[in-house]
Design a binder for this molecule. Structure first.
Ligand code: IMP
Length: 191
C-alpha cells in the first residue's frame, strides 16, 4: 500500500510476539478461568489472536472467556489526552473474575490507567494488562503491564487494529505512514 513508509512489525513478528504472550499467560493462569477483556476497536485483532493462541497451546489448563469494552479519547490525532470516555461497557460483570485487559498499544499510559481504575473498582479477583506494543518514551503515569508483546519505536504506527483517522486498521502488519498522509487536526478521535 502506497501510504506506507516502512513496515515496523511484520505478520510473523506479530504472531511470534502473541505466541510468547500466550505461553506466559498459560503458565501464570494454569487451572484458572481468565477473561480476556479487549479494548475496542484497536485491540480487536490482538484479543482474537491471543485468545485463539492461548486456547490452542497444547496442555494448557486455562479456560479463556472473551469480553470487550470500547473507549474514546479526546486529543490530537497522534496522541491521547487522557480524557478517556467509556463508550461501551463489558457485557458481563467482572466481579470475582480474573481479568486480563488486552490493549493494542500503550503510549502515555492514561488510557490503561483509566481502565485499571474503573475496572479495579468492580472487585475482580485479579486484574492485569497484556499489551501488544509498548511505547515507553512518553509515559505520563506509571501503569503496570504484565505482558508486553514488543517495544515499539517512538513513531505513530498503524495496522493490526491501529488506525489513523479510522483508516489502516485492517492492515495485517504494523507500519509507519508516509508523513504526507498526516493532516493537522485537533478534533476528537475514536480509539
Ligand atoms: P495512551 O493513552 O497514550 O497510552 O494511548 C493509548 C491509545 O492511544 C491506544 O489504545 C491507541 O488507540 C492510541 N495510540 C497510541 N499510540 C498510537 C499509535 O502509534 N498509533 C495508533 N494509535 C495509537
Amino acid at each position: 500500500m502506497t501510504d506506507i513508509e516502512t513496515v515496523i512489525f511484520s505478520e510473523p513478528e506479530i504472531s511470534a510476539a502473541i505466541r510468547r504472550m500466550a505461553e506466559a499467560i498459560a503458565c501464570d493462569y494454569a487451572g484458572k478461568t481468565v477473561v480476556l477483556l479487549g479494548v475496542l476497536k484497536g485491540a480487536l485483532f490482538v484479543t482474537a489472536d491471543l485468545a485463539r493462541t492461548l486456547t490452542g497451546i497444547s496442555g494448557s489448563t486455562v479456560e479463556v472467556r472473551l469480553d470487550f469494552l470500547a473507549v474514546s479519547s479526546y486529543g490530537n490525532s497522534h496522541r491521547s489526552s487522557g480524557e478517556v470516555r467509556l463508550v461501551q461497557d463489558t457485557s458481563h460483570s467482572i466481579e470475582g473474575k480474573h481479568v486480563l485487559i488486552v490493549e493494542d498499544i500503550v503510549d502515555n499510559g492514561l488510557t490503561l490507567k483509566y481502565l485499571m481504575t474503573l475496572l479495579g473498582g468492580r472487585a475482580p479477583a485479579s486484574m492485569r494488562a497484556a499489551v501488544l506494543l509498548d511505547k515507553p518514551y512518553n509515559r505520563r503515569v506509571d501503569v503496570p503491564i504484565e505482558y508486553v508483546g514488543m517495544t515499539c519505536p517512538d513513531e505513530f504506527v498503524v495496522g493490526y487494529g491501529l488506525d489513523y483517522q479510522e483508516r489502516y486498521r485492517t492492515l495485517p502488519y504494523v507500519a509507519k505512514l508516509r508523513s504526507e498522509i498526516f493532516t493537522p487536526l485537533g478534533e476528537s478521535v475514536a480509539i
